[in-house]
Design a protein around this ligand. Sequence first.
Ligand code: ADP
Ligand code: UDP
Length: 239
Amino acid sequence: MMNKMELLYEGKAKKVYSTQHPERLVVEYKDDATAFNGQKKGSISGKGIINNQMSNRLMEYLEQKGIPTHFVEELSERETLVKKVTIIPLEVIVRNIAAGSFSKRYGVEEGFVFSEPTIEFSYKNDGLNDPLMNEYHAVSMGLASQQEVETIERYAFAINEILKAFWETCGITLVDFKLEFGRLRDGSIVLADEISPDTSRLWDSKTGEKLDKDRFRRDLGSVEEAYEEVMKRLNEHLQ
Ligand code: ADP
Ligand code: UDP
């Protein structure tokens, strides 16, 4: 049994602890919710439990489909043992349908279905408000090599195909999502952080109802219920 040792980092949604094993960390999911780069703060009761379990189930599923991830073992409702990585400071966003900042930036109506999935990077830097960054910037700044960027893009689009198809079986449309990748000690790239309704836009396929963190961001109400609904459908459809 791996134990939490030192609190290394407390972020907006999770705490990260060292363990006895130099290449393993424990992440602990909180109920805290923030939006608009921390300007809006609140709490979604039970979110930490749902995001922990959902992220783990989805990462296990992705592993089965050949995507390497940081997931090792779920330790408790809110705690998971993961492989320690050096996070590549890029938020990798894949979109199938226009929404959120994309709609705002480019004047595209929310709900516009792209002819093919698209991808963008943001520089993961809270002080700068996570500015948009193209792959040339990322390589020139030394954040990732050209080869790593190519690997990340390949994984990100493959993850999109796998998750889009899976959520569809749950009656959920995968609109967009954010991924983070990291390097293991041997330099190989793996999917890290989380996949949850905090980091994905998920719309009910029939009604278009939002079943994700936009309910919190936009004060739509029934936030907890939406997270629970997504988890319920995942449990029904993931063997
Ligand atoms: P934020 O830093 O945006 O507030 P969180 O509250 O989710 O986000 O904090 C979790 C932190 O842990 C993030 O900075 C994330 O990049 C980092 N992280 C996620 N997975 C790993 C991992 N396997 N190894 C090292 N760091 C990780
Ligand atoms: N996202 C995220 N963390 C961020 C920014 C975005 O998880 O710091 C997710 C968000 O939940 C959505 C997708 O990435 O599923 C695209 O978000 P967008 O760029 O539209 O930004 P937002 O509208 O959330 O500001």
